[in-house]
Design a protein around this ligand. Structure first.
Ligand SMILES: CC(=O)Nc1ccn([C@@H]2O[C@H](CO)[C@@H](O)[C@H]2O)c(=O)n1
Length: 102
């Protein structure tokens, strides 16, 4: 896995380093820590940066905390809503931590 997409609405948060994690399902759990991935928008495939994968950590929906929400630049309520919309009925998730490659 050497690329990832994000919804366009998160682009500025990623580029300003306010967003430092993403939470995905098992289909995106195979990113290798320390590897560099190309990042583009989900909507139109426009490349906008590279990220270095820091870690991939399993988590269940019920274990999400304010710390995760802060790393997503959201409230916990917002984060839970976003994840429920994208991954309805997916209890097993993965926290992918990343840093911006400059
Ligand atoms: C195709 C596909 O699944 N794309 C996704 C999936 C998730 N996310 C974001 O990751 C965080 C936690 O899920 C939230 O900020 C989500 O909006 C995203 O931008 N794009």
């Amino acid at each position: 896995m050497n690329s990832i997409t994000f919804y366009q609405r998160f682009e500025m948060d990623i580029l300003s380093q306010k967003k430092t994690i993403t939470i995905r399902d098992a289909s995106e759990k195979d990113f290798v820590p320390h590897s560099i991935v190309d990042v583009s928008t989900y909507e139109d495939g426009r490349w906008f940066c590279q990220l270095r994968i820091v870690s991939v950590t399993p988590i269940s929906f019920s274990e999400l905390t304010d710390v995760h929400a802060q790393q997503e630049n959201m409230t916990l309520e917002e984060l839970k809503q976003v994840i429920s919309d994208i991954y309805p009925e997916t209890p097993d998730l993965y926290v992918i931590a990343f840093e911006l490659v400059k």
